[in-house]
Design a protein around this ligand. Sequence first.
Ligand code: 4GY
Length: 251
Amino acid sequence: MNKLSFDVLTLFPGILEGPLNESILKRAREKGLLGLRLWNIRDFTEDKHQKADDSPYGGEAGMVMKPEPIFRAIEQVKAAAPGERFLTVLLSPQGKVFDHAGAERLSRETRRIILLCGHYEAIDERVRQMLVDEELSIGDYVLTGGELAALVVIDAAARLVPGVLGDDESAYRDSFGDGLLDHPHYTRPAEFRGRKVPEVLLSGNHDAIWKWRRRESLRATLLKRPDLLETAGLTEDDRKVLEELKRDSKL
Ligand code: 4GY
């Protein structure tokens, strides 16, 4: 088994520590299915003020992360795992937008993944040019730093690693796998404040239940994210159901 491993480089490891030590990610690490190391870029400064950022050349507002500590950090990360191969990823709004396909690709990655988190305004361009293999964005907005984006990437990739989700959880793995939105879910009680759980779910008829769920997934996708229907893997039956949903417009 080759394990999914991340080395996260950041000026603020505390942002990641909490989430990585809770719930499913914590359990995945304990099971040895997920490797995670946090590296504080400040530890790789060499001046007495441990300066990791500086004002930009050309004069504009904000601070730019200095190249030297990042270069030293990445060199040390690589030296700590001799003979291993690495994929260095910069989290930034300029990257390719991270989606389910991206999560699947990373979950199968055999190289150790270095996640480089920028903070402040920017990172010195030479870091991107000389060290970064690819840039990933979690969406078209700007964060105060790449740390939250790194968490999103780690979480989405880790849950796709076989064994990370328990048996009870793994049923949900396909929710986006087929490119459709999830169907509604219900638990006890069978009636709550006048709202009943759909009869079919109590019927024990698994074929009918499967059909209902598929129909509700298609309904939710048609209603909330019709763009996803273009790329979803739809069967002939799915297309018939969609036509029905549109025709009846009892969405
Ligand atoms: N969006 N997706 C994102 C981000 C913060 C300045 C470079 C994003 O991934 N990262 O907004 N990152 C910036 C802050 C330096 C990273």
